[in-house]
Unconditional design. Structure first.
Length: 351
């Protein structure tokens, strides 16, 4: 089995994506420290906006999930050029672009600047770092040279540190320590050294080979994780994938499974479970799993690990990231380049 052959993995993953995924725990700690003493704008915001695309925007989705259970204000994630009309002086806007050259995020940053919002930029450099520095907006500098999607903890953890420092809510030091230690432990159990027979990440990648992955979160809290699975499967494995979340999918998408017959691609459902999904969602998942089992090529259920919400979310992010790289290796696809994204950016003439 190629996934148990370290030399073959290195040959098939020349950009070292697997090694970057294995560093998720370390990056979580480093990202948390990156904004520990940044000078912050004196703001007591009524709303938080995160502007960011793709691998940089998903940090905003995770921030929204992490603050939802406790924060007294809304977190809105904007993945476009324009900000909502309510943005003003009492809005905190995070402008997040790993490269610092993504045109949608730059446009959102300019709008936030014009509206007088309190802005913090999170970036490795580019035009965003230049504009923010020139305008006196604080900049969290993340380490350069990575594929943006591999830098997720560097993009997420500073946001959490800053919302915590501003009294908006977030996570504690001990929750961050728990998450980082858990991720390091899971990398041993799910990483390349753990053989196929006992490695659920490798088995799931093998089950997804040739199938269309359909990733369902068991509650809306885990939506960003399902979305991350989908986008990592897109970008690392270069396959189509779908995501959705309970309970909403029971009100529409589930009906789509009625039409699954011969001629469809093989569909493999992945159910992301969490202990706080709620009793009614748990029942929905059980019922839906039965209905899917009759139609899907396979159904795999995976549970989040750990205690704190951060650890639980990131445990399933890690699993999805590993599965996406293993699937790339199995299908002899280089996980790192995302040629089509680069081409579209080139043809738009921007970053
Ligand atoms: C590439 C990736 C993309 C980028 C997106 C925005 O690894 O995941 O989704 O994140 O094109 O670019 P940045 O993050 O540089 O603003």
């Amino acid at each position: 089995m190629v996934l148990d052959d370290r030399k073959e993995i290195v040959r098939l993953d020349p950009g070292g994506m697997l090694g970057l995924v294995q560093r998720l725990g370390t990056m979580t700690t480093d990202g948390w420290e990156a904004a520990s003493d940044l000078a912050l704008p004196p703001v007591s915001p009524s709303a938080v906006i995160v502007g960011g695309m793709g691998g940089s925007g998903i940090g905003g989705d995770l921030l929204r999930a992490l603050l939802a259970p406790t924060a007294a204000l809304p977190v809105v994630v904007v993945k476009d050029y324009r900000l909502p009309a309510f943005v003003g002086r009492d809005t905190l806007v995070f402008a997040c672009s790993y490269s610092g050259d993504t045109e949608e995020t730059l446009a959102a940053y300019q709008e936030a600047h014009a509206s007088g919002a309190a802005i913090v930029a999170v970036t490795s450099g580019g035009a965003l770092a230049d504009h923010a520095a020139a305008s006196g907006h604080p900049v969290v500098r993340v380490p350069p040279g990575l594929p943006p999607r591999a830098a997720l903890p560097y993009m997420l953890m500073p946001l959490l540190r800053i919302t915590g420092r501003l009294g908006i809510g977030g996570v504690t030091d001990s929750e961050v320590r728990e998450a980082a230690a858990l991720l390091d432990g899971l990398v041993v159990r799910w990483g390349p050294e753990a053989p196929s027979g006992v490695n659920p990440a490798k088995s799931l990648a093998a089950a997804l080979e040739g199938a269309l992955p359909v990733v369902y979160a068991s509650s809306s809290l885990f939506e960003p994780v399902a979305q991350r699975w989908k986008t990592q499967l897109n970008e690392n494995s270069k396959v189509f994938a779908c995501w959705n979340a309970f309970p909403e999918l029971n009100h529409n998408e589930t009906v789509g499974w009625e039409g699954v017959r011969g001629g469809h691609p093989r569909l493999h459902a992945v159910l992301l479970r969490d202990r706080d999904e709620g009793a009614r969602n748990a029942l929905r998942v059980e019922i839906t799993r039965e209905l899917l089992a009759r139609r899907a090529d396979g159904v795999t259920e995976v549970w989040s690990q750990g205690n704190g919400l951060l650890a639980r979310l990131l445990s399933l992010v890690l699993l999805g990231d590993l599965v996406s790289v293993y699937l790339a290796v199995l299908t002899r696809v280089d996980p790192t380049p995302v040629e089509i994204i680069a081409e579209i950016k080139r043809r738009l003439g921007g970053g």
